[in-house]
Design a protein around this ligand. Structure first.
Ligand code: UT7
Length: 335
């Protein structure tokens, strides 16, 4: 029986730092509101002309992860790319990564599960490794949010939250039992699909129609979020799916060495920390510096936690996410 292990992590964030005060200069918002409601102090945005895109940032993170894993690009058997902000409608970012990494040919799969995208991707990778089909899988989460947000006051409840960046993990086959990814748990509830959504451009809302049919104040090509409803569902589902993972592995909350929650809102992470009575050093948060980077948030946070020595060999690491779809999931890892 095979198991899969994360043997390399990498991250990349654009150099351009955008503070809350910077946003206050272009819309009606302020540092106090943003910090109090979300915990965010600053985020990174791609700067026009800096060469970055969702796929490019994914490649930058992937190169670091592969180097640290000591696995060459030609040993990659599968690329899984999670994003809600792909460079193009089609083709997906996965094939762009395959080309940019100069991998001769390999399967490349794009995952469309928004904030839960990295955990979905990790689960796909884990299943392929466990069945013996693939040995090395590259999982990437990357987002270019700043290219598609409404930076006028109309869009402030969404646009102050999101940031750009990428994280990547290299998973490899292991034969050591009780090690690596112990289990993954995935869920969705499509009846709430529109509560956090971007409707167009799409086949339902095509560009000429948008321009012709919509008055300027009702443009469906900016993200919509029913913030309080999403928040209320998030805290319930985070707790549920963490417990599901722990129970499956006969673990207790006290066994968690590090919880890396999707960085949606610092208040959500703090709510979960309090509910489970976890100490500050048992939960990793970096939303203060990067905002919510959706599919990239968990791999960026996990990479930093590992770089800082906060995730060590043998540790029980729990990943958990919730977001648009609604989708949510967890992964229980023995590092
Ligand atoms: O990662 C995917 C999952 N996403 C989430 O989990 C996000 C969940 N939701 C949230 O994080 C929070 O709901 C938000 C941070 C989005 C919003 O916080 P809130 O405490 O729910 O605020 P609200 O939407 O109820 O807005 C409160 C007030 C409103 O003004 P009035 O109507 O009370 O006068 C808003 O117009 O704050 C106003 N407001 C702002 N003020 C300054 C909304 N956005 C801003 C802003 N700056 N950027």
């Amino acid at each position: 029986m095979y198991t899969s292990r994360i043997v390399g992590m990498g991250k990349y964030v654009p150099e351009n730092v955008v503070t809350n005060d910077d946003l206050s200069n272009i819309m009606e918002t302020n540092d106090a509101w943003i910090q109090e409601r979300t915990g965010i102090k600053e985020r990174r945005h791609i700067k026009k002309g800096d060469g970055n895109s969702t796929a490019v940032m994914g490649v930058k993170a992937a190169k670091i992860a592969l180097e640290r894993a000591e696995i060459s690009k030609d040993e990659v058997d599968l690329i899984v790319f999670a994003t809600l902000s792909p460079d193009y409608y089609f083709p997906g970012c996965g094939v762009q990564v395959q080309e940019m990494l100069d991998i001769h040919t390999c399967p490349a799969l794009d995952v469309r599960n928004q904030c839960s995208g990295f955990i979905y991707g990790l689960s796909v990778a884990d299943q392929f490794i466990k069945t013996g089909m693939y040995k090395n899988v590259l999982v990437i989460g990357s987002e270019n949010h700043s290219g598609g947000l409404d930076f006028t006051t109309r869009g402030r409840s969404v646009s102050v939250i999101f940031g750009d960046g990428a994280g990547a993990a290299v998973l490899t086959r292991s034969e050591k039992e009780g090690h690596g990814i112990l289990s993954t748990h995935l869920h969705s509830e499509g009846k709430h699909a529109m509560e956090l959504s971007l409707k167009g451009p799409s086949t339902e809302y095509w560009v000429p129609e948008i321009i012709a049919d919509n008055p300027q104040e009702d443009i469906p090509y900016y993200p919509y979020m029913n913030g309080q409803f999403v928040f209320k569902n998030a805290v319930v589902r985070f707790a549920e799916v963490i417990m599901e993972g722990l129970k499956t592995n006969k673990l207790e909350v006290a066994d968690i060495d590090m919880l890396v929650p999707h960085q949606a809102n610092l208040r959500i992470s703090q709510f979960i920390q309090k509910k489970f009575q976890l100490a500050d050093d048992q939960v990793y948060n970096n939303i203060q510096r990067y905002g919510n980077t959706t599919a990239a948030s968990i791999p960026i946070a996990l990479c930093e936690a590992w770089e800082e020595g906060k995730v060590k060999e043998g540790d029980t690491v729990v990943l958990a996410a919730f977001g648009s779809g609604f989708t949510w999931g967890s992964a229980i890892i023995r590092w």
